[in-house]
Design a protein around this ligand. Structure first.
Ligand code: S3P
Length: 442
C-alpha cells in the first residue's frame, strides 16, 4: 500500500531546541533505485549497503521481485540482489505498483520497453497525475510501444517484443529521469544511444553502468552507449541523501544556537546546488573529511546557525538543487530581504505543484510570497503559527516542520504519511536533533 492510500496523518510542529548533535540521514533515493535496477540486470550477485528503506525504493525492489529477481534483505539498509542478466527478467503476474515514485516509473518504462513481455505500471494518486510523455515520446522514437492514459499520465502499458533502435536525443527538459529512461532502453537497443541535455543533471545511471563494466562515454550534459552487452555485479555503498539532509541543513542554519554534524552525505556536484545557494545567502556550512565512497564524493557537513539574506538564485543552479526548493523557500522566509527563484517550472510537476503549495503555505504563516509561472519572490519575515496543506508531498511536509521551528505558534501540517516514501524515521531523527514535531492528536 502506498503512503497516500493510508489514513491521512497530521503533524504538529513548533519551536524546539537549537539543532545539535551528529546524525546520519537515510540513503540516497536516486542511487538506491538504480542499485536495485542495475543489480537485477547484472550477471551475478550485487551487494547494496546503505539502501534507502523508504516506500519508493522498496516499491522498486518489489517490482523486480515480481519479475523473478531474488532480493534478500540481509539487514537494515542491506540488500543482496541475485542478478538475472539483461534478458533474465520474467513477466510480472500483475501490474507493477511504483507507489509515489516518479523515478521508479520513468526508469522502469525505459528498462521494460526492451523486454520480451508486456507490462503495466501504476502509481498512487500523485504519481497518476504526473507527465509521462517526456519518457514515452523518446522511447517511441526508439521503437518502444507504450500507451498512457489520456493526457499522457499513468498507467503505462508497455508492449514487449519491440525491436529497439538507438537514437540521438536532444532532450528539451533537464531531467535525469528522462535521460536515464532513454539510456536504460539503450542497453537493449541496436546501435548507439546518445543523450544531450540543456543543463547537466545527476549522472548516477552513467556512473553505475560504468562501474558495472558497461562501456559508456559521459560528461556533464552528455551520455553515449551501445546496446547489447553485459553488466558485472558490484558492491554499492549508498551515501546519505543530500535531499533528506537539506531539511536539517536549513533547520540548523535558521535556528539560533545550532551546531550540527551530518555524517556521510553524498556530495555529487549535480546535487549540491542548495549548499551553493545557502552559502550565497550567508550560511555557515563546512565540508569535513571530503572523501570518495564507491566512486561518489561524500563528506560530513557541519552547519552552524547564521543570519541569512535574500538572493537571486542563479538559474544554472536549479537542476543541481531541484528537490531542495521546498527547503530553500523556508530559508528564504527566514532571510532578510527578498529571495528570487526563476527557471524552476519543473517544480510544478513534482510530487505536487511545489511552487503553489510552498507559496500558499508560507503565506498562511504570514510570509509575503509572489508566485510566477517558473518560480517565486519570497520576502523574508516573521513566521506565525497556522495550518498547512502538504498535498501529500513528503518534501512539503518536512519543509514546514522546519519552518515551524521559527513560528510564533504551532503549525499543523496535514497529510504527512508520504514522508515515509523518502525519509523513514524522519520524526524520530528530527526530534533527537532538537526539532519539535509530533503526531497531531485529534
Ligand atoms: C531523480 C531526478 C529528479 C529528481 C527526482 C529523482 C532521479 O527528477 O527530482 O527526485 O533519481 O533521477 P527529474 O529528473 O525529473 O528532474
Amino acid at each position: 500500500m502506498s503512503g497516500s492510500d493510508q489514513a491521512s496523518q497530521d503533524w504538529i510542529a513548533s519551536t524546539g531546541e537549537p539543532i545539535r548533535g551528529e546524525i546520519r540521514v537515510p540513503g540516497d533515493k536516486s542511487v538506491s533505485h538504480r542499485a536495485i535496477m542495475l543489480g537485477a540486470l547484472a550477471d551475478g550477485v550485487s551487494e547494496i549497503d546503505g539502501f534507502l528503506e523508504g516506500e519508493d525504493t522498496r516499491a522498486t525492489a518489489a517490482a523486480f521481485a515480481a519479475m523473478g529477481v531474488r532480493i534478500e534483505a540481509t539487514g537494515d539498509g542491506r540488500r543482496t540482489v541475485h542478478g538475472v542478466g539483461l534478458h533474465g527478467l520474467e513477466a510480472p503476474a500483475q501490474a507493477i505498483d511504483c507507489g509515489n515514485a516518479g523515478t521508479g516509473m520513468r526508469l522502469l518504462a525505459g528498462l521494460l520497453a526492451g523486454q520480451a513481455f508486456d507490462s503495466k505500471l501504476v502509481g498512487d494518486a500523485s504519481l497518476s497525475r504526473r507527465p509521462m510523455r517526456r519518457v514515452t515520446e523518446p522511447l517511441a522514437r526508439m521503437g518502444a510501444r507504450i500507451d498512457t492514459a489520456d493526457g499522457g499520465v499513468p498507467p503505462l502499458r508497455i508492449h514487449g517484443n519491440s525491436a529497439l533502435q538507438g537514437i540521438e536525443f536532444n532532450t528539451p527538459i533537464a531531467s535525469a529521469q528522462v535521460k536515464s529512461a532513454v539510456l536504460l532502453a539503450g542497453l537493449y537497443a541496436r546501435g548507439t544511444t546518445e543523450v544531450r541535455e540543456p543543463h547537466p543533471t545527476r549522472d548516477y545511471t552513467e556512473r553505475m553502468l560504468s562501474a558495472m563494466g558497461w562501456p559508456i562515454e559521459f560528461s556533464p550534459g552528455f551520455a553515449r552507449l551501445q546496446g547489447g552487452g553485459q553488466l558485472k555485479p558490484v558492491r554499492i555503498n549508498v551515501p546519505a541523501d543530500i535531499s533528506s539532509a537539506a531539511f536539517f541543513i536549513v533547520a540548523a542554519t535558521v535556528v539560533p544556537g545550532s551546531d550540527l554534524l551530518l555524517r556521510g552525505v553524498g556530495l555529487n556536484p549535480r546535487r549540491t546546488g542548495l549548499l551553493d545557494a545557502l552559502r550565497a545567502m550567508g550560511a555557515d556550512i563546512s565540508v569535513l573529511e571530503p572523501r570518495e565512497e564507491g566512486g561518489e564524493p561524500v563528506g560530513d557537513l557541519r552547519i552552524r546557525s547564521a543570519a541569512l539574506h535574500g538572493i537571486e538564485v542563479p538559474v544554472e543552479l536549479v537542476p543541481d538543487m531541484i528537490d531542495e526548493f521546498p527547503a530553500l523557500f523556508v530559508a528564504a522566509a527566514a532571510a532578510d530581504g527578498v529571495t528570487r527563484v526563476r527557471g524552476a517550472a519543473e517544480l510544478r510537476v513534482k510530487e505536487s505543484d511545489r511552487i503553489a503549495l510552498m507559496s500558499t503555505g508560507l503565506r498562511s504563516l504570514g510570509i509575503r510570497v509572489e508566485e510566477t509561472p517558473d518560480g517565486a519572490d519570497i520576502h523574508g519575515g516573521l513566521l506565525q503559527g497556522g495550518e498547512i496543506d502538504s498535498g501529500g508531498d513528503h518534501r512539503i511536509a518536512m519543509s514546514f516542520v522546519v519552518a515551524a521551528q521559527l513560528a510564533k505558534g504551532p503549525v499543523r501540517i496535514s497529510d504527512c504519511a508520504n514522508v515515509a516514501t523518502s525519509f523513514p524515521g524522519f520524526m524520530e531523527l528530527a526530534t533527537s536533533a532538537g526539532l519539535n514535531v509530533a503526531p497531531a492528536g485529534d
